[in-house]
Design a protein around this ligand. Structure first.
Ligand code: 0WD
Ligand code: CA
Length: 381
């Protein structure tokens, strides 16, 4: 690209050591008391239809249907002939969330206390849940780095992921087997989800990954007010089911566990990602489908997010929720000290690779800019 990154000036030095050009990801630094994390509150939701069109409503929500104790689910079924795959070469960045914010601007602004000055939206950070999941797991990640673009606009920090060179290569070099296995998770959803309260799942239908139902939640991590959105698989359809997000259920598939070593790896690596993703929006449970190498589901299990820390306690050298949350909080503080200029034309690109510190570069009027004109103008009025 023509915009060559140049090193940023150090953030203006305040009184403390918090002004620096790099942030360590060493686990030991974050073994501190669990930070404040307020119960996430759903402030809205939106839907993306089969053609990826945005709707400011819950039309795409699906209802969880309890699987039989001996399920007969073949996750390979329909891959060749009943699968419409989203075009992931289209980079949507934060666009859907921004659309939701504009559509709900007055509702959001009315939540801001009359006395408070900035930020205009009443939140410090706007991002996807998936980006926060990556931050939470960073102190334990040894394989994949990340790039996060940050822009301060009207006192709110917007964080949007940028694809890394390595991730682009991995996507390009996916094997046919790997591509098929990515379908298995969506097929599992189809076996367990019904379109409305009284219907049954339709395993004969088409799997279309353009369709999505996303919750928008507000919460607070330490002193950061967060607004983020995450895709939700389905909700409990019981008459006494709690209000969102407590009624939501995350669906997952994983390889069948046959040995103690496999169980240990499941606890140490997979449960970290599953915990981080669902803990953030306050989704209380996961229904996991365990499948054999041929894509046949051999059993399902409900995992309560609140029980995960107990499940992993006996693992040697295991991950700790407090390290994840403290790292995320301190990363957001770091970004705050670095990003001072309030402008949609400025992007600070935060970059991290395993075994390295988080560093950043500054880019003005570059192709990294991600707040679209329609949003900047829409927020102006
Ligand atoms: O960089 C990203 N991850 C972006 C995601 C950039 C811009 C948009 N999105 C969209 C996704 O397409 C999706 O609609 O955001 C939505 C999901 O956001 P999220 O909830 O913050 O993402 P995450 O927690 O990583 O994923 C949740 C689910 C996944 O479920 P599993 O059980 O596999 O974790 O969203 C789906 C997937 O079902 N999902 C995607 N679907 C299609 N294409 C993608 C993707 N790239 N990423 C996640
Ligand atoms: Ca899922």
């Amino acid at each position: 690209p023509s915009h060559s990154p140049h090193r940023a000036d150090p953030a203006p030095l305040s009184s403390s050591a918090s002004s620096c050009r790099a942030l360590s990801t060493r686990r030991q630094l974050y073994e501190k008391p669990f930070p404040v994390y307020k119960q996430p509150v759903e402030v809205g939701s939106f839907s993306l239809d089969s053609e990826r069109r945005f709707f400011n409503d819950a039309r795409q929500i699906r209802y969880f249907v309890e699987p039989p104790s001996r399920p007969d689910f073949n996750l390979r079924d329909g891959y060749k002939d009943r699968f419409v795959k989203r075009d992931d070469s289209i980079k949507e960045k934060l666009d859907h969330i921004l659309r939701w914010i504009l559509a709900n601007k007055s509702k959001l602004e009315s939540r801001v206390a009359a006395a408070s000055s900035s930020p205009a939206l009443g939140v410090d950070v706007v991002t996807w849940r998936g980006h926060l999941t990556k931050l939470l797991t960073t102190p334990y990640e040894t394989r994949e780095g990340w790039l996060l673009a940050a822009t301060l606009f009207r006192g709110t920090l917007y964080l949007s992921e940028v694809e890394t060179e390595a991730s682009r290569r991995d996507t390009e070099n996916r094997t046919e087997r790997h591509q098929e296995m990515m379908y298995w998770g969506y097929k599992f959803e189809q076996y367990l989800c019904a379109e409305d309260m009284k219907a049954s799942p339709d395993p004969g239908g088409v799997v279309n990954t353009n369709e999505a139902f996303c919750t928008v939640v507000q919460t607070k991590l330490a002193d950061h007010k967060l607004l983020f959105s995450g895709e939700v698989d389905c909700r409990d359809r019981g008459t006494k089911s709690p209000a969102a997000p407590a009624c939501y259920i995350e669906l997952k598939t994983s390889a069948e566990i046959c040995t103690p070593k496999q169980r240990s790896n499941f606890h140490r690596f997979k449960l970290l990602k599953w915990w981080a993703q669902s803990f953030l929006p306050g989704v209380p449970r996961i229904v996991a489908g365990f499948r054999d190498p041929d894509g046949l589901v051999v059993g399902t299990e409900t995992i309560h997010i609140s029980q995960i820390s107990h499940l992993i306690k006996n693992e040697y050298n295991c991950w700790k929720p407090t390290v994840c949350m403290n790292f995320c909080s301190e990363f957001l503080s770091f970004v705050r000290t670095v990003v001072r200029e309030d402008s949609p034309r400025v992007v600070h690109l935060f970059s991290w690779d395993p075994h390295q510190d988080v560093t950043y570069t500054v880019h003005r009027d570059s192709s990294y800019c991600f707040l679209p004109p329609w949003y900047v103008e829409g927020m102006g009025s």
